[in-house]
Write a protein that binds this ligand. Structure first.
Ligand code: SAM
Ligand code: SF4
Length: 452
């Protein structure tokens, strides 16, 4: 059902969590805009506020609940429809409906096509003084939103979700329950989207999926798809996230190592450096197999930057087992790492089979030790670039100063330089000569244009 003229149609979307959620918000914007809704950045004048949520860790939940509580006063002061979208909607149907009458509708990641009708019904019910709680949380084996052109905000990078869902069932992870089974899009739809994106002026494409490198559609695997996207005229760089270490066949490694437009960066989530913990996590590789993959990647192209995700304090992890993870970081010397404290999620295998028995203090101590170690390693890694001149894709102003510009190296390291060095615009490739480094940033002089 579409809205009648004069209906309340200003929609504000707030997005929490990963890039996939950012992408899904673009899909939702597109679905609502074509039904006559108007997007607004200002929640104060919105008729409908949608929160696209993340369920991956407890702190993601807490953030959403805080934002929901903030809406209570707003909802008392005027007619307002509040919707919760995404992974929390999927996973916490009962708990969220307790927030009645604050939350009017819930829509899981496979139910966004129903949103225009859900919103319209909620608005009409509210106008008649009724309270209607609408739920659309069925998971689909087929939904890929293939035919929807996401409403992207113009910029340098565009995301394309090439697959959705995950069949890996890592024991700690809620994703298979909130996003359902793995399904890949048809390659032609993805390539058409890439060509359109290039025509709109985007310079970089990031291919997205929960286990992006298990992409398969007929004869097309992920390596073939990524090379075809990188060959689309006008696209300067292609990235991908998040891959699983189990899906790196030779053609994929060759594509990353050798294709000039595929960025020399692999995010390689390890989660732990200990075999017993990896087994309990159901990661399907051992420490030795993981290290062999690292070795193979580096032997193919030593410029490839490796980053990772680590979980500290998983069920029954001992000090000795944690030390294996610490040593993994020392050994691999990642350029950067996301380090998380284990957070038990409802419904997961770990929640059902294991006890979350590492104390909060021990978890925090382990996270702090890894963060401090990684900060030292990241600084060392970035200092290796000093004196080198690298191509950098300009993204915009530096966060801390409008007199400085910011961009990313091919290996995804943030680079900052003074705008007075060179006139440049977002999307330009400039050559930057590195003269200083911190754990997170390279400081440079822009010395000229860089060849694509
Ligand atoms: N698909 C990716 C992979 O295979 O690693 C990662 C997806 S997940 C959105 C991003 C990261 O969140 C994971 O790599 C993991 O480190 C972390 N994570 C997932 N579940 C977690 C949990 N229950 N507690 C703490 N961290 C978690
Ligand atoms: Fe979660 Fe594992 Fe799937 Fe990544 S691969 S989304 S960690 S189940």
């Amino acid at each position: 059902m579409s809205l009648d003229p004069g209906d309340r149609r200003q929609v504000h979307i707030e997005t929490f969590g990963c890039q996939m959620n950012e992408y899904d918000s673009e899909v939702v914007r597109a679905l609502l805009t074509r039904e006559g809704y108007v997007m607004t950045e200002d929640r104060e004048c919105a008729d409908v506020i949608l929160m696209n949520t993340c369920a991956i860790r407890e702190n993601a939940h807490t953030k959403v609940y805080t934002h929901l509580s903030d809406l209570k006063a707003l909802k008392k002061s005027r007619p307002l429809v509040v919707g919760v979208l995404g992974c929390m909607a999927q996973n916490l149907k009962e708990e969220l409906t307790k927030h009645e009458p604050l939350v009017d509708l819930l829509a899981g990641p496979d139910s966004y096509r129903q949103l225009p009708a859900l919103i319209s019904n909620a608005v009409h019910a509210q106008e008649q003084g009724r309270y209607l709680k609408a739920l659309a949380v069925d998971l689909s084996e087929y939904e890929t939103y293939d035919d929807i052109v996401p409403a992207r905000i113009p910029g340098v990078n565009a995301w394309i979700a090439v697959m959705r869902g995950c069949d890996n069932f890592c024991s700690f992870c809620v994703v298979p329950y909130t996003r359902g089974r793995e399904r890949s899009r048809e390659p032609q739809g993805i390539l058409d989207e890439a060509a359109r994106i290039a025509g709109e002026g985007f310079k970089q494409i990031t291919l997205l999926g929960q286990n992006v490198n298990s992409y398969r559609s007929g004869e097309w695997d992920f390596a073939r798809l990524m090379v075809a996207v990188a060959d689309v005229p006008g696209i300067e760089r292609v990235r991908f996230t998040s891959p699983h270490p189990k899906d790196f066949p030779a053609p994929l490694l060759e594509a990353v190592a050798g294709h000039p437009k595929i960025c020399k960066h692999i995010h390689l989530p390890a989660q732990s450096g200990n075999d017993r913990i990896l087994g309990m996590m159901n990661r399907t590789y051992t420490r030795g197999e993981y290290l062999a993959l690292v070795e193979r990647i580096r032997s193919m192209n030593s410029r490839i930057v490796l980053t990772t995700d680590i979980i500290a304090g998983f069920c029954s992890e001992t000090d000795g087992e944690f030390a294996d993870t610490y040593r993994l970081l020392e050994e691999v010397k990642y350029h950067s790492a996301f380090i998380f404290l284990y957070s038990e999620r409802t419904n997961t295998i770990a929640a059902r089979k294991f006890t979350d028995d590492v104390s909060p203090e021990t978890k925090s101590r382990r996270v702090t030790a890894l963060v401090e170690l990684q900060r030292r390693i990241s600084t060392q890694r970035n200092r290796e670039y000093l004196g080198q001149t690298l191509p950098v894709l300009v993204e915009g102003d530096a966060k801390k100063s409008t007199f400085q510009a910011m961009g990313k190296s091919d290996g995804n390291v943030t680079v900052i330089w003074n705008k007075t060095d060179l006139a440049c615009r977002p999307g330009d490739l400039v050559a930057c000569s590195m003269y200083d480094a911190s754990a997170s940033t390279l400081y440079a002089r822009a010395v000229g244009r860089s060849e694509p």
